[in-house]
Design a protein around this ligand. Structure first.
Ligand SMILES: [Fe+2]
Ligand SMILES: [Fe+2]
Length: 235
């Protein structure tokens, strides 16, 4: 299976034709399209409608997770409904199997990495914040536990490792993801982890357990030579 992966489209109506152009031939090179969150600019249904028009026209089965931008207007439920109706697989602590390949996905959350990960201590506000991070790791746990395939791909919006966010300002690292997600990935095993959110990070990293992690934020892909809209992974 050839998987085309991208993220952080931040779609707004004026970008319709450009994206239609960029994704127009994805069907020639991929069997599945993965979009790892931040599909929309501000999480508005009026952004989702033209985006769906582009995605449906690719005629490639599509798997997505939501990103923080898709939550911005509080209409994430409506966006999910629109995507599901258009035949898109939206992973939110859930799994999907297709042609022997398993996809497990969730948005993820912030919280930091390794020994400096934010822990549940002190004010209730901090505890709630940390709980949101733990909850997303639990959702990933649930999704991965459902997979029965030998080959498995994890789809996240937030980064599970520091390696793929290098290049972003050091001060915001804890807001770009959390290693709690990588711990789950290592426990269950995967062939590939895809994420976005770190627009100016690095393409590749690995979890502590050695699993390949790829940042497929479109800004990062477009900064490569030659620039790309998506990256192809052959599994
Ligand atoms: Fe983004
Ligand atoms: Fe994001």
């Amino acid at each position: 299976m050839r998987i085309a992966a991208t993220a952080d489209l931040h779609f707004t109506a004026p970008s319709h034709n450009a994206l239609l152009d960029q994704l127009g031939r994805v069907r020639d090179s991929a069997d599945v399209l993965v979009v790892a969150g931040d599909l929309t600019g501000s999480g508005l249904p009026e952004e989702m409608t033209p985006l769906l028009n582009v995605v449906v026209r690719t005629r490639v089965p599509t798997v997505v997770v939501l990103g923080n931008h898709d939550y911005e207007s509080g209409k994430q439920g409506e966006l999910v409904q629109m995507m599901v109706q258009a035949g898109i697989k939206v992973l939110d602590g859930t799994a999907y199997e297709r042609d022997g390949i398993g996809f497990a996905g969730t948005k993820g959350f912030v919280g930091g990495f390794g020994p400096t990960v934010l822990t549940s201590f002190g004010e209730p506000e901090i505890k709630r914040f940390v709980q949101a991070s733990v909850d997303e790791a639990l959702k990933l746990e649930r999704a991965m536990a459902q997979l029965r395939t030998q080959k498995r791909i994890v789809v996240l919006h937030y980064a599970p490792v520091v390696a793929t966010i290098q290049g972003e300002p050091f001060e915001i690292f804890p807001f770009l993801g959390t290693s709690r997600l990588a711990e789950v990935v290592d426990r269950h095993g995967a062939d590939l982890v895809l994420h976005g959110h770190a627009h100016h990070g690095q393409l590749e990293g690995r979890t502590a357990g050695g699993i390949a992690v790829h940042n497929v934020a479109i800004t990062l892909l477009q900064a490569q030579n030659p620039p790309a809209t998506y990256r192809i992974f052959d599994l």
